[in-house]
Design a protein around this ligand. Structure first.
Ligand SMILES: [Zn+2]
Length: 148
């Protein structure tokens, strides 16, 4: 069931509210998305354009003859993917939502360029940010507190 959820970029300049179905997200592995986001894959959820409201219009990167991508020019956050024409929907990046915890992937797209070593990482050592003392020390020295 679609629900109204909010999100935005890392610096907070760009904010949005969108009608999305959290259990219908997916991972895109295509090379264009890998390049555009700097990630081995990118988690997207589809939203109808008539259910999407930008509180501040994002910047747009003209990423191919058929598509463009919203982002923030100040902090660099990748916010989504949209066809230039012929669609009443677009994708938003799952991790740009304020609470991405309820999203569930339903399929893989761009399967021709899946980096399989990164698909199943269950079982690798898990290190919490707060357990990395160098990081904690840098935060405390600079701001007086660790945000994690
Ligand atoms: Zn920003």
């Amino acid at each position: 069931m679609p629900e109204q959820m909010s999100g935005g970029c890392a610096c907070g300049r760009i904010r949005y509210s969108a009608s999305v179905a959290p259990d219908e997200a997916y991972l895109c592995h295509c090379r264009m998305c890998q390049r555009a986001t700097g990630s081995v894959s990118i988690a997207f959820v589809n939203t109808r354009l008539d259910g999407l409201k930008w509180d501040h219009e994002p910047d747009w990167y003209d990423s191919s003859p058929i598509a463009r991508r919203p982002y923030c020019r100040e902090c660099g956050t990748s916010l989504g993917f949209a066809f230039k024409e012929g669609s009443d929907k677009m994708d938003l990046t799952v991790a740009s939502f304020d609470d991405p915890s309820s999203f569930r992937p339903r399929h893989h797209f761009g399967a021709e360029s899946i980096h399989r070593a990164w698909l199943n990482t269950e079982g690798l050592p898990e290190i919490r940010s707060g357990d990395y003392q160098k990081l904690v020390d840098k935060w405390v020295e600079t701001t007086g507190a660790f945000p994690g």
